[in-house]
Structures are given as structure tokens and as C-alpha cells.
Design a binder for this molecule. Structure first.
Ligand SMILES: [Zn+2]
Length: 266
């Protein structure tokens, strides 16, 4: 599933290439991937924003699109081959002739047309916690000390901390040397600070490498990222720990695959 670095990579590419462009029509190829009514007029794109894993295309009119890629969604700018792909679900047509393709093999994601994009933006913002860069050390420690649940479950909870999914949660916990099963409230201030810094570090690495394409993810230009070559713990079952060489184990925490070093994350 695309997480903050993957969605932010797409946001930056969209911002670079479609701000100022005019949407003239939408072709819906799979009804469940498009929410809201038809476009009634042309819409000039004013800005592209992101909260957590949600993308917001703000139109000058005050209307806009909210896009969530969920498991397997892609938003690709004018890569011609996408026009013929069976999993292309929504095609957004621009006045300059370009096309934005919403592609999704499992069809959990969507493009949603809303009448008031600012309102939708604010609504999502209230539902989601701050992302790791917006979160202060003090606030994060308050959060961890209040919760009697495994720390990994807490950092995956989008209502508390936005943008972190299974990849960066695993790698951040490994980076900080913290066992994912530890109860959040038992983390010391030093460990809590270290974890927040580690989440920022691995997500920064995710941004620099253009995201993780171990699964379906490609960026808005249709290209794969290379963060999958940088995995520290995620999906490294039986592979040597990059710090101590002990073999990593796969366990399950909160129903999700979890990878740990029994020595460094004791
Ligand atoms: Zn280790």
C-alpha cells in the first residue's frame, strides 16, 4: 500500500506538471472507482495537497478531487500505454490534450469529486493525526505514554499518526531498536524521541529513493521507486540484520506481518 513517501512523491510530480492545467472531462471506466457527480464545467487546477495518504486536487472554483490509492492505486500523468490497460479505471482529460490515468488492479481506491475541497480537506485533517514531521517530540511522548497497546499498532493508527504504513513502521522500529510488541506506554522519553526521529529518517529515505515498488506502486510518471532496495526490516525474513547479522524473524503483530531482530530490538 502506498504510504506517505509514495503519495508525497506523486503529489510533488502532479504539482510540478498539472497546476494551472484545465480539466475538461472525466471518463469513468469502473463506476466504483469514481465517487460524486459528473463534471459540469471546466476546472482549472490550483494546487495539489496531501494529508496522510490522501491527495487533494484543488480547483480554482473551490471544488476538487480527493484521491485515495488504497492498496494498488496509481495516478499516472499522460503515459500513453495506460489508455489501453485493463485496470485503468478513471481517465481525467486535460484541455492541453494530456490525460491523468487512475489505474487500480484491486479497485479499493477512488477519485472523488467534491463541491467544497477546502471543507473536505479540513474534514480529513480532523480525522487524521499529524504526520511524523508535524508531530513534536513532546506530543509523541504524550501519545505513547497514554496507550496500553503494542507500539507498532499505535504508529499504524492513522487517527493518531498519519502516513505511516507497514513498511515504514517496520523499518522505523528497527532503526530505533525497539521491539514492535512493546507496550507504547512503557517507552521511555528517549525511546519515544528515537522512534519519531527514526520514522522521519526512513520516510525521508523513502522520499529520496522515490518510494517502495516491491508491490504495485509506481510514481506519477509511471516509474518504479527503489526504496525496496533499502528495506531495513520489512520483508527481510531470514536475512541478516544490517547491524548485527542475526537473522531477522517474521512475527505477527496486530494481524500484520512484522520483522524483527531478536538482538537489536530486544
Ligand atoms: Zn540486529
Amino acid at each position: 500500500m502506498p504510504e506517505l513517501p509514495e503519495v508525497e512523491t506523486i503529489r510533488r510530480q502532479l504539482a510540478d506538471s498539472v497546476v494551472g492545467a484545465v480539466v475538461v472531462g472525466v471518463e469513468v471506466r469502473r463506476a466504483s472507482c469514481y465517487i460524486g457527480r459528473e463534471l459540469l464545467s471546466q476546472e482549472k487546477i490550483e494546487k495539489v495537497a496531501r494529508i496522510g495518504k490522501y491527495l487533494f486536487l484543488h480547483f480554482e472554483s473551490g471544488r476538487g478531487f480527493v484521491i485515495h490509492l488504497k492498496m494498488t492505486g496509481r495516478m499516472v500523468i499522460d503515459v500513453a500505454s495506460y489508455d489501453k490497460l485493463p485496470h485503468t479505471r478513471v481517465v481525467i482529460k486535460l484541455k492541453d490534450g494530456r490525460r491523468l490515468y487512475y489505474w487500480d488492479s484491486r479497485t479499493f481506491g477512488y477519485v472523488k469529486y467534491v463541491e467544497d475541497i477546502e471543507l473536505e480537506h479540513e474534514r480529513q485533517k480532523r480525522k487524521l493525526g499529524p504526520d511524523p514531521w508535524e508531530m513534536s517530540e513532546a506530543r509523541f511522548f504524550t501519545l505513547t505514554s497514554q496507550h496500553m497497546r503494542p507500539i507498532k499498532n499505535l504508529i499504524l493508527d492513522q487517527a493518531l499518526l498519519a502516513g505511516v504504513g507497514n513498511i515504514y513502521a517496520n523499518d522505523g522500529l528497527w532503526e530505533a531498536g525497539i521491539d514492535p510488541r512493546r507496550m507504547a506506554k512503557n517507552l521511555t522519553k528517549k525511546e519515544s524521541d528515537m522512534l519519531l526521529a527514526s520514522l522521519r529518517l526512513v520516510m525521508e529515505r523513502g522520499l529520496i529513493t522515490g518510494g517502495a515498488s516491491d508491490n504495485s506502486y509506481v510514481n506519477a510518471l509511471g516509474e518504479k521507486g527503489s526504496y525496496q532496495d533499502e528495506f531495513r526490516a520489512y520483508k527481510r525474513t531470514g536475512k541478516p540484520c544490517l547491524r548485527c547479522r542475526k537473522k531477522l524473524e517474521r512475527i505477527v503483530v496486530g494481524g500484520r506481518g512484522t520483522w524483527v531482530c531478536g538482538k537489536c530490538q530486544g
